[in-house]
Write a protein that binds this ligand. Structure first.
Ligand SMILES: Cc1cc2nc3c(=O)[nH]c(=O)nc-3n(C[C@H](O)[C@H](O)[C@H](O)COP(=O)(O)OP(=O)(O)OC[C@H]3O[C@@H](n4cnc5c(N)ncnc54)[C@H](O)[C@@H]3O)c2cc1C
Length: 422
């Protein structure tokens, strides 16, 4: 077994760990910093972000875009706001732009630019990187920590735990970091998948698979609307997907994590969010009048996708679609209008971690000093990124937290050595 001694050991070469490495590298020479990565390459999940574009932060950053330890986040986001992060990236060579929703991307529209800027900077300034190394045990010592992997015994004065969560295991891990936390007696909150497609019981999903519609989707739990999102909704195999559904998926996971929950849960999809229920009804009535000779199978042509129309008929119990529109009864038209304005989908379960973009839950925020991301129980041990009980909605918020927490931890370590980059 080889022995490595360093000032800072970063466990996990993902967004948060790599950014901590950049900040430590910025201080110049002196500190021996090493990243230990489970996979054969660092930044695997980072390379999958934003559909290959990497939405790295958001100009409209508020604490309301996060779940978990939000009461601790306000001050962090004030200091490490989106300007701070875009300027930080600019300093290491990345040119960015923001779209009309405040989402910040690399100008190249390619995540490789983000990856290259971070890794070029950190590794050209002397940060060591050990891939295919899984840290399996951390033992607190008098003046630091011993870390054990299959091949290495590592002694580090400071440890940054940047192991990510449990989401998308093939790109990260299936939650190795939680075992490390538990072995250090650091409490971990309930872990749930978030930003994930939601399995629903509606049989029509089989025929709708692969289609996308624009609309507004609401989530109702116990007769209360918990959230509403506008945009694209994707029909997947036995599930609803798309960014609008992702944004609400955390609540669904939370609902199903509480086994005692007996409240009703339902999504309502409005396919005509810019029209009132009455306007929708009038439109169908006038269509049935003006296109009365059309077969029902053609009645929605030019209005809805054929497969959506067919699913609507099934949902409304309208079977014979070879008859003409003139035969539609008042009641049938009302049912169709009702369905177009509030198509009910019933979630059957939380989504799966393998399909999720982030993990909700993690190291309890009560255990962490949010000025530094240092463990309250273990001095010189830092917990950052998705491993912490902080998760955001889609839009660059999760990477923002990963960068900010990595930088924060590194800054505090530098302070301990009498160094600063500010
Ligand atoms: C498909 C997809 C798209 C996404 N798009 C966006 C987006 O555009 N914008 C956004 O803000 N967020 C996005 N996210 C979320 C974002 O990628 C994560 O929130 C972020 O990567 C978390 O960073 P992290 O450093 O905490 O964890 P990770 O990036 O997961 O990195 C953790 C690393 O630690 C390693 N590791 C774990 N345990 C050990 C161990 N014991 N020893 C050694 N190594 C270990 C893992 O292999 C991994 O490389 C997306 C996620 C996915 C899955």
């Amino acid at each position: 077994m080889d022995f490595i001694k360093c000032n800072v050991a970063i466990v996990g070469g993902g967004a948060s760990g790599l950014m901590a490495a950049v900040e430590l590298a910025k201080s110049g020479k002196g500190l021996k910093v090493a990243v230990f990565e489970h996979h054969s390459k660092v930044g695997r999940k980072l390379m999958a972000t934003g559909n290959g574009r990497c939405n790295l932060t958001n100009k409209n950053l508020t604490v309301n875009s996060y779940r978990g330890g939000t009461e601790y986040l306000e001050s962090v986001l004030q200091k490490y706001n989106s300007n701070y992060i875009t300027n930080y990236f600019s300093d290491i060579g990345l040119v960015t732009y923001a779209d009309d929703q405040g989402r910040v991307y690399p100008l190249s529209n390619n995540v490789s630019s983000v990856y290259d800027c971070i890794t070029d900077y950190a590794f050209s300034k002397g940060v060591d990187c050990y891939c295919d190394v899984t840290v399996k045990k951390i033992i607190p010592e008098k003046k630091g920590y011993t870390l054990l992997s299959d091949d290495y015994r590592i002694f580090a004065e400071n440890v940054i735990l940047a192991c990510g969560g449990k989401a998308s295991a093939k790109l990260s891990t299936d939650g190795l970091g939680y075992n490390l936390l538990k072995s250090l007696d650091i409490s971990v909150t309930n872990i749930m998948p978030s930003l994930v497609q939601v399995p629903c019981s509606n049989r029509c999903l089989t025929n709708l698979k692969g289609l996308r519609v624009k609309g507004e989707i609401s989530l109702e739990i116990g007769n209360k609307i918990i959230g509403k999102e506008s945009g694209e909704i994707q029909f997947a195999k036995g599930a609803l997907s798309g960014i609008s559904v992702f944004q609400l998926s955390g609540y669904v996971s939370e609902y199903f994590s509480n086994r005692k929950n007996k409240d009703n849960i339902a999504f309502y999809l409005d396919l005509m969010p810019n029209s009132t229920a009455q306007e929708c009804l009038e439109l169908l009535k006038s269509r049935a009048n003006s296109l009365h000779w059309y077969k029902l199978s053609n009645f929605f042509d030019g209005f809805l996708h054929k497969r959506v129309a067919s699913a609507l008929y099934s949902e409304c119990g309208i079977k014979d679609i070879q008859r003409t529109a003139s035969t539609l009864t008042k009641n049938e038209i009302t049912r169709l209008a009702h369905c177009i304005k509030g198509w009910k989908f019933t979630p059957t379960n939380a989504g799966e971690f393998d399909n999720a973009q982030v993990t909700s839950g993690g190291a309890s925020c009560k255990e962490i000093d949010f000025n530094s991301c240092q463990s309250k129980k273990h001095p010189h041990l830092y917990i950052v990124g998705e491993l912490v009980d902080v998760d955001g909605i889609c839009g660059g918020y999760n990477l923002h937290w990963a960068w900010s927490s990595g930088i924060m931890a590194a800054k505090n370590i530098l302070k301990g050595y009498g160094k600063t980059n500010d």
